[in-house]
Structures are given as structure tokens and as C-alpha cells.
Design a binder for this molecule. Structure first.
Ligand SMILES: Cc1cc2nc3c(=O)[nH]c(=O)nc-3n(C[C@H](O)[C@H](O)[C@H](O)COP(=O)(O)OP(=O)(O)OC[C@H]3O[C@@H](n4cnc5c(N)ncnc54)[C@H](O)[C@@H]3O)c2cc1C
Length: 366
């Protein structure tokens, strides 16, 4: 308990995305002088996000996000490489399709209302005198300074004029990307966000997916961005000087690439610890206790899925259909926390015996 911040005067936050802004809001609320530096002129822009966030995850951010919701999703339709469909649906909204730029702006306003200062159009390349929070996203220079190496996917997304069932998001596994999946997320009755992530050329991958699904959109008007895959043991804390939050810390679900809810939540934890002058080592303890186990499981599931051939993935879909896994997901599934569902799956003898086939590829915790 030696690293209290009792003499802390100024908190420098590098990066004005959800994680940095939520950290700023909490620290300022608890009385700290906070300055957020954002390299872009306008908070939230340019958007590099599909904007799908679990309702629970958004609720946990403690933000007035309602005005940013464009669509509410009741579930997902997931497609195997050969087109087998698994439908997961609940009665209530499970996820929100948000206007991401608007969400970041709402959080920025809430942080400023608590007294945080936000300086836009400033690319900061040095750490502050007292405490620096690295919230500088997937290509964080502060994370590199701390010795973290990132395993990155590159994502590309377009907006297509496309009518889809507003209640469902679609995930498509297939040959276009061996590293991830393609998504179709309805944002309105006429428009969907269509994207893909891969370790190679995402635009080419998306072109292949759209061609096969007969989806038309101007590929040149897309957005690209990086998705860090969670590494088991990132350094997110250095002495009394530096913390990492959000994508900079790799706090992203490797199965879906989602980082708004979990990274934002970790930003809140960091902000509260800083604001209350608690030992910074508490951040390590609390974020690990709250989210690390689930992030590790997301990563293990991602690595397992990536190891499958297209045929093996089809077989697993067939098994899931026969074993009524969608019903299990409806009961136990949580977009952010897969461990509960996982336990239920491992209680199904046929699933376990099928998984034996992949024993050498399964991580120890399976
Ligand atoms: C195409 C795509 C789709 C995605 N879809 C989803 C989704 O549907 N749901 C979901 O939950 N997540 C999604 N994500 C991930 C999500 O966008 C990130 O996890 C989230 O933005 C992380 O928030 P953050 O605050 O950690 O980082 P960011 O939002 O990346 O914010 C970091 C900020 O730091 C700024 N910055 C960087 N360096 C400096 C510097 N030196 N000085 C000043 N400013 C700096 C950047 O300009 C940026 O604004 C997606 C990502 C991509 C690429």
C-alpha cells in the first residue's frame, strides 16, 4: 500500500475516447484537477466503430446514453461458413446500436460538468508531471512505453442501404476472414453497418463478403480502425506515474472486438481510484478482479474459433443446433461475460465429447 497519490496535483489523460473520458469524469467528480488531451479537433470524430454495445454494459457506464441510441437489438443471427443459421432472441433489448460520436460527446459533456478540462486538437507525446492515464487507444504510445505488445486486427466498415430485420444483428463466419467474422448491424429501417476484421487487408475481405451476400455500398466511403486482441497479462500500471485504460490496456473482448463497455468500465475504476487518492495498485487489483477472467475467456474462445477449419466450424454449428445451444444462450448468455454460458455448455456430454476432438487446440482452462 505504498503508492498512494496523496500529493497528486494534476491528472493528465491522453485520449478523449470513452475510457479516457469516463476516467476524467470520475476523477473530476472526486475533486481532482484533470486535463484530457485529444488529438482530433472534435470529440468522437472520426468514428471508427460499429457502435453495438450490450445494454447492461452501457448501463454500467453510468452515462445518460439514451439520446445516442439509434436501434435496439433483441438478439443475433449467426451464420456458419456454409450458411447454417443460429438465432438467439430475447424478449427485451440486449444490445444498443448507438451513434458512437454522440456517445463520446455525451461523456465529454458529463466529464466537463464535473470540472474536467478537455483540450482537443492536441497530440500529446509526453507523459504529464504527476500522473498520466494512457487512454490513447489501440496504437497507444504509452502502452508501448510500458513494454506492451499488441496483437491487432484491422477492421473496415461501410454503411449500406439495406433493409434488414431491425431486431437482429448478423454475424457471418466464412472464408473472407479466417481471423474474425463479418457483421451486418441495422441502424435504421434502411441502413446497416456492414464490416469485417482480419489480420490482412480488411477492405478486400469486406469486398469478398459483400459480393457473396449481394450487398452494395461505396467501399471507398468506409471507416478503418484497429482492434487489439486482449493479451493475458498486460502491464497497465507503472509505479506512481502511469495507468492504462481501454484499448490502450487491451481491455477488449476478443470474440467480438467490443471495447466500449469493458474499457469504459475500467476507465471508471481508474478514475475513482485516482479521485479518491487510493493506492494506484488498487487499479491492478480491481480491474483484474472485475473483468480479467472474462477477457481471458473471450481471448481463448477467439483463439479456438480461429484454429478451426471452415468445415470444423460448420460441424460445430450443426452440433449447436442439434444440442439446442441457442436456447442455452438465451438463458445464460451474456455478451460481455461468457463464463456462465461456457459452464452450461461443458455440462452437455455430447458437446464435451465433440470438443475432445480438439483437445490439443484447447487452452488449459477449457
Ligand atoms: C471498425 C471497428 C468497429 C468496432 N465496433 C465496436 C462495437 O460495435 N462495440 C464496441 O464496444 N466496440 C467496438 N469497437 C472497439 C471500440 O471502438 C474501442 O474498444 C473503443 O473505442 C475503445 O475506447 P478507448 O477510449 O479505449 O479508445 P479510443 O476510442 O480509440 O480513444 C482513444 C483516443 O485517443 C486519441 N489519441 C491517441 N493518441 C493520442 C495522443 N498521442 N494524444 C492525444 N490523443 C490521442 C485518439 O484520437 C482517440 O480519440 C470497434 C472498433 C473498430 C475499429
Amino acid at each position: 500500500m505504498s503508492s498512494g497519490l496523496y500529493l497528486l496535483v494534476m491528472v493528465t489523460i491522453v485520449g478523449g475516447g470513452p475510457a479516457g473520458l469516463l476516467c476524467a469524469k470520475e476523477a473530476a467528480y472526486n475533486g481532482k484537477k484533470v486535463v484530457v488531451y485529444e488529438e482530433h479537433e472534435v470529440i468522437g470524430e472520426p468514428v471508427q466503430c460499429a457502435g453495438l454495445v450490450s445494454k447492461k454494459g452501457l448501463d454500467d457506464l453510468g452515462v445518460n446514453y439514451e439520446s445516442t441510441v439509434l436501434n435496439k437489438s433483441l438478439g443475433a443471427r449467426v451464420y456458419s461458413p456454409s450458411g447454417k443459421e443460429i438465432e438467439i432472441k430475447r424478449k427485451d433489448a440486449q444490445a444498443m446500436v448507438i451513434d458512437r460520436a454522440a456517445l463520446d460527446k455525451v461523456i465529454a459533456e458529463e466529464a466537463m460538468a464535473e470540472g474536467a478540462e478537455i483540450k482537443t486538437g492536441v497530440r500529446l507525446l509526453e507523459r504529464g508531471a504527476d500522473l498520466t492515464v494512457g487512454a490513447d487507444g489501440a496504437s497507444s504510445y504509452i502502452a508501448k512505453d510500458l513494454g506492451n505488445k499488441k496483437d491487432l486486427l484491422i477492421a473496415y466498415q461501410v454503411t449500406a442501404k439495406l433493409e434488414r430485420d431491425l431486431d437482429f444483428v448478423e454475424l457471418h463466419f466464412g472464408s473472407w476472414s479466417k481471423d474474425f467474422f463479418a457483421w451486418v448491424i441495422p441502424e435504421s429501417e434502411q441502413h446497416c453497418r456492414v464490416g469485417i476484421a482480419i489480420k490482412g487487408d480488411p477492405k478486400k475481405a469486406l469486398m469478398g463478403f459483400m459480393k457473396e451476400k449481394n450487398i452494395k455500398a461505396d467501399l471507398e466511403k468506409g471507416i478503418a480502425g484497429l482492434i487489439p486482441l486482449f493479451s493475458d497479462n498486460p502491464t497497465v500500471f507503472e509505479k506512481e506515474r502511469t495507468l492504462l485504460v481501454g484499448d490502450a490496456a487491451g481491455q477488449v473482448k476478443a470474440t467480438t472486438g467490443g471495447g466500449i463497455a469493458i474499457g469504459g468500465f475500467c476507465g471508471r475504476i481508474a478514475g475513482e481510484i485516482i479521485g479518491k487518492d487510493l493506492p494506484l495498485t488498487d487499479y491492478e487489483v480491481i480491474w483484474r478482479r472485475e473483468v480479467r477472467k472474462e477477457l481471458v475467456l473471450h481471448r481463448q474462445l477467439h483463439d479456438f474459433l480461429v484454429s478451426l477449419t471452415l468445415e470444423e466450424m460448420d460441424e460445430l454449428f450443426q452440433l449447436a443446433i442439434e444440442e439446442r445451444v441457442p436456447e442455452l444462450i438465451e438463458e445464460y448468455g451474456d455478451m460481455d461475460k461468457p463464463s456462465m454460458l461456457f459452464k452450461q455448455l461443458m455440462a452437455k456430454p455430447r458437446v464435451v465429447s465433440h470438443m475432445m476432438k480438439y483437445l490439443s487446440r484447447l487452452p488449459v482452462s477449457f
